[in-house]
Design a protein around this ligand. Structure first.
Ligand code: ATP
Length: 315
């Protein structure tokens, strides 16, 4: 077995993961006693622990997209990301075909599964796995932290969207893809996507493939409040791309210059506001311990169930 460390965020899944800690520790004691289980103490700690892990380790993120993102942004060149998706969003795991696999099965894949090299994005020097966005959706991600605790997943984002729409005022932007100007005008939101979904399952870029050597920019131009509410059902169904004020371009280098600082997020994690937003693609730079056949959009291969016999290690 490759060296491995298991990083558990007890606050993920709205605090539910803390309740799973004993189950995780018991599984690790039984099947991988040499792998330490490290529990995060707050924001940023998973990045710090990743830097402390052996340079050739599998670094397993037990949590949601926030935990996985903290590992991704600190992952060394010889390390591999493992995913145990028990958060409330899990778009990174969805991208790697690893959703709804069950806790024990996900741990086994993270420790022994085949390694798939996915593309990685970098936004102003910060690596990300699934999405980097500017504008309304980043503002919504930021606002979602203030949502009532009983709201999870989609309802939480819809609550935050309603709150953000009240003060909607669109910035002007100039957009370059691979050094060619493709749009200039008002902008509601811009999403540079490696995965098809963000925000806990919104299929904003249904054409995105995380291993095709490019990223997909999807943007929404001049929308009114009413226009946003009108496009929402199409967005939820992944049928927004034919709309005249929705744009799409593939590429490897994206630069958006706004007339004022705008909210930014990467993998759902809020970054400091800025007016110059630059994203580049690094092909096959993100190794993830996923099944060799796992690809975006494949149906869940294994329903959650207790594991009674562990598979033989495959690597
Ligand atoms: N011990 C801790 N206490 C409080 N927050 C923590 C702790 N450890 C990590 N965090 C923070 O918890 C946040 C949420 O984690 P994460 O995103 O993994 O879970 P989630 O919100 O359930 O999932 P998702 O992002 O998929 O919706 C992260 O931003 C992380 O920095």
């Amino acid at each position: 077995m490759d060296p491995a460390v298991i990083i558990v965020n007890p606050a993920a899944g709205r605090g539910r993961v803390g309740g799973q800690l004993a189950r995780i520790q018991a599984w690790v004691r039984r099947w991988a006693p040499e792998a330490p289980v490290w529990v995060t103490e707050g924001p940023g700690h998973a990045s710090e622990l990743t830097r402390r892990a052996p340079p050739d380790a599998r670094v397993v993120a037990v949590g949601g997209d926030g935990t996985a993102h903290e590992v991704v942004r600190a992952l060394g060149p010889g390390q591999v990301l493992g995913l145990v998706p028990v958060g409330s969003g899990n778009d990174i795991a969805r991208m790697a075909g690893l959703r709804r696999v069950g806790l024990e099965r996900a741990l086994a894949t993270a420790l022994w599964g085949g390694i798939v090299r996915y593309d990685r994005g970098v936004v102003d020097g910060e690596p990300f796995a699934s999405s980097a966005t500017a504008g309304l959706d980043a503002a919504v991600a930021r606002r979602a932290f203030a949502a009532p605790r009983y709201l999870r997943g989609l309802p939480r984002y819809l609550w935050a969207l309603a709150a953000e729409l009240r003060g909607l005022a669109l910035p002007e932007v100039r957009v370059e893809v691979d050094r060619e100007e493709v749009y200039a005008g008002p902008m509601l939101l811009a999403a540079v996507m490696n995965s098809a979904t963000y925000g806990g399952g919104f299929p904003i870029a249904p054409m995105a493939r995380p291993d095709d050597g490019r990223l997909e920019l999807v943007w929404a131009g001049a929308f009114t409040r009413l226009g946003v509410l009108g496009i929402l059902p199409r967005l939820l169904a992944g049928r927004h791309l034919g709309h005249p004020r929705i744009g799409h371009r593939s590429g490897v280098r994206f630069r958006l210059r706004f007339d004022r600082p705008v909210p930014i997020q990467a993998d759902g994690e809020v970054l400091p506001e800025r007016s110059d937003f630059e994203v580049v693609l690094e092909p096959a730079a993100l190794p993830i311990a996923a099944d060799p056949g796992a690809r975006e959009g494949t149906p869940a291969r294994e329903e959650a169930r207790p594991v009674t016999a562990m598979p033989e290690p495959t690597v």
